[in-house]
Design a protein around this ligand. Structure first.
Ligand code: DGJ
Length: 718
């Protein structure tokens, strides 16, 4: 619901759970009066006014007189919805324009507004979709050139507490302008007493949680790798006691979040496309749309925030709707590129036996690819290695779907395009180009390159019955010079590259609407909302050992729903198949090993969990609510999922076997106070209220054979 009070010049944006209250001041700046949990008394009484000494005063340079205004706002200290640059606010501004005369002063001031139903929608980039949504669009004009118009969209959903914000910049002036910074989100919070949680790491060690108190000055969380990256995930959140405020960006490329505080006792968050090597020309009558950013306000803790993000992603972001996620068997960790038609068929047979529903032939089926040195960029089936039609039809005959691996954005040296079109390959204009995993990055900012790869891919996809593709991306961008871009447009490369990625994804999605796509980038190097718009799940990490996955998956699920977290039981030797299966259930379940090597007992264990997955996963793990029950004990993670109707829950305790604990008191969440529940381990019965207040003691079973052990608990309404 969006309400405008014309007399007061205020806007209330609310779903009766959270609220944002804004005021247009006399200088036409949009002030943030209140952002938080909804309450009845939200009004201008919450507005911050400043004493004369601190409020900003102005001189009218045309009339040669001081401007008389009574609003007492301060450019340096007030809380704004959008701030200007080079206008006395020394905190970071979200948008900076270099005008035709070279000046960079930018100040967007209120002009008018409109209200509409639904989210703003864009053909060429991922965005939120869905109903029961109201959008307020402010029209602002640049003080220094009113022909530069800014549309500022704020959307509120009546079913969850995730706000969506972005900007659209239109140039109606006669000259081109340069956008030096074009972020998506600007939030001023009325406190600087927050902890910042962000998720960084490296290949195989993605999304470690780092927590620090808001620093005086500026903290940057960013990527300039050309993708959202292993090194930092775009998701982060702020906490103060029960308050948790989360941020995420619907984007897969370079991003930057700045968390800025100074003596004004407020915190400014600006967030969007990284301005690193960014300089975008908007021609007269041109438009630049910034990716949508999401922000969730929770007054009842971190899990509430996560649950709202999960709902938003499942209901309003992922376009490929799945009734049930198939159990995926991926052959990569079993055989890598060493396979034949016969060996894949024998894999399929055993994969089916343990309950798999979709078989993925990973890297190595095309061109001369038997190792990482060859073949990328030539997407023709290597017929002397694999009879693709035969394996696909065998796969379908035994009741499994079939998936195929691609790495569309990359090229190897031995592929003809490399020599024929060196201008398609990034870095070849330099004296030395960086090589990583023996491969080079194609210039996806060039639509011709995207067309070429698209035509190769559809040749394979049109001629084979393929249900799924895994889209990989095994190196980052180290030389960001597109030979296709003129001098004026050179610094548009990174964003254009991401738009190339989206354009290929959406062309494939449109041509093969039934086909599911799994995102992947050397594991979790592109685990982001932009990718999830097209691909309902993402390979979470190349590290499939339980000791790594217990942290990676746990932390990933603060932002992303379990169904998006692709999680396979592998041959990793640090834990039992029981533990690995239990952990994989807290994700989108699958397998990744040589199934011919499994013993009958192992097959029995895996089949048992496949059955559990098929019976319970959708209702409880996908549609239910997730709680993170542990945070403070190193080497121990406890999570819980509970069905929406609160009749059944699963709790997983996963820990290092040498942990110095013999038992843990587990406090479950989200139970119905009045229901009686039966817990299978320990074997007890009690009502929801007592269980949630007192918890129950769980013995830590240490399995000395393995580094990681687990306890898996079922709670069921009696
Ligand atoms: C990296 C991926 O993350 C792996 O799962 C696998 O697909 C390899 N690439 C194949 O090259």
């Amino acid at each position: 619901m969006i309400t405008f009070n014309e007399k007061e010049k205020t806007f209330l944006i609310t779903n009766k759970s959270i609220a944002l209250f804004l005021y247009i001041n006399e200088m036409k700046q949009i002030e943030t009066v209140y952002f938080g949990v909804y309450k009845e008394d939200i009004s201008l009484k919450y507005r911050k006014e400043f004493e004369d000494n601190y409020s900003t005063s102005y001189f009218d340079t045309c009339k040669n007189e001081f401007i008389d205004h009574s609003d007492k706002s301060s450019n340096e200290h007030s809380l704004f919805e959008i701030s200007g640059h080079d206008v006395g606010d020394h905190r970071p501004a979200p948008i900076i324009i270099r005008h035709a005369d070279g000046s960079v002063a930018t100040n967007f001031l209120y002009d008018s507004f409109s209200v509409s139903k639904g989210y703003p929608s864009y053909v060429d980039m991922p965005h939120a979709t869905g109903e029961d949504v109201d959008t307020l669009t402010f029209i602002l004009r640049d003080e220094f050139d009113p022909n530069i118009v800014l549309k500022y969209n704020i959307s509120i959903n009546n079913n969850h507490d995730v706000l969506i914000k972005n900007f659209e910049i239109e140039n109606h002036s006669k000259n081109p302008i340069n956008l030096l910074k074009a972020l998506s989100l600007h939030v001023d919070l009325d406190s600087k007493d927050f902890d910042v949680h962000h998720f960084g790491g490296a290949w195989g060690y993605e999304r470690n949680e780092f927590v620090n108190h808001v620093i005086d000055g500026e903290q940057i969380i960013s990527s300039c790798y050309g993708r959202s990256s292993h090194e930092e995930n775009p998701f982060f959140f702020l906490t103060n006691k029960n308050i948790a405020i989360g941020f995420n960006l619907i984007y897969s490329g370079n991003f930057k979040a700045s968390i800025f505080t100074d003596y004004s006792f407020s915190t400014r968050i600006t967030y969007g496309i990284n301005d690193y090597d960014f300089d975008w020309v908007i021609e007269p009558n041109g438009l630049f749309v910034t990716p949508q950013a999401s922000i969730c306000y929770s007054g009842t803790g971190v899990d509430n925030m996560s649950q709202h993000f999960h709902r938003f992603i499942n209901e309003n972001l992922i376009q490929y709707k799945l009734n049930k996620r198939p159990i995926i068997f991926n052959c990569w960790e079993g055989c890598e590129m060493n396979f034949t038609t016969e060996s894949i068929i024998s894999y399929m047979k055993d994969a089916r036996e343990i309950g798999s529903e979709l078989f993925v032939l990973d890297d190595g089926w095309f061109s001369l690819r038997n190792d990482v040195m060859h073949g990328l960029g030539d997407w023709s089936v290597n017929k002397s290695k694999i009879d693709l039609k035969k394996v696909i039809s065998y796969c379908h005959d035994i009741g499994m779907k079939f998936g195929l691996w691609f790495e569309p954005e990359m090229i190897n040296y031995d592929v003809p395009i490399f020599k024929k079109h060196p201008e398609y390959v990034l870095g070849l204009d330099r004296a030395k180009a960086t090589v990583h995993r023996s491969q080079f990055v194609l210039d996806f900012s060039n639509p011709e390159v995207v067309d070429l790869i698209y035509s190769q891919m559809i040749e394979v996809l049109d001629n084979h019955n393929i249900d799924y593709i895994k889209w990989d991306h095994n190196r980052d961008i180290k030389e960001a010079n597109s030979l296709n871009l003129s001098k004026e447009h050179k610094q548009e490369f990174y964003h254009r590259y991401v738009m190339g990625y989206y354009s290929l994804l959406s062309r494939l999605r449109n041509r093969y609407p039934h086909m599911m796509i799994e995102g992947c980038a050397s594991g979790g190097g592109r685990f982001d909302l932009g990718t999830l718009y097209y691909a309902p799940l993402i390979w979470t990490s190349d590290n499939t050992s339980a000791s790594a996955r217990m942290n990676i998956q746990y932390n990933t699920s603060f932002a992303y729903p379990l169904g998006t977290i692709s999680s396979h039981v592998s041959k990793a030797s640090d834990s039992s198949y029981e533990t690995k299966s239990q952990l994989a259930l807290f994700g989108s379940f699958g397998f990744e090993m040589n199934p011919n090597m499994l013993t009958d007992i192992e097959k029995e264990v895996l089949s048992k969990y496949s059955l559990l997955y098929k019976k319970k996963h959708n209702e409880i793990f996908i549609k239910g609510n997730l709680y993170h029950l542990s945070s403070s004990v190193d080497g121990l993670r406890i999570y819980e999922v509970i069905s929406k109707d609160k009749t059944e829950a699963y709790i997983l305790l996963i820990y290092y076997s040498d942990i110095a604990l013999n038992s843990v008191n587990v406090l479950p969440c989200g139970l119905d106070e009045s229901f009686n529940y039966k817990i299978d381990m320990p074997n007890i019965e009690n009502n929801g209220k007592n269980l949630m207040n007192d918890g129950f003691l769980v013995e830590i079973n240490k399995d000395s054979k393995f580094k990681i052990s687990s306890v898996f608990i079922n709670i069921i309404k009696k």
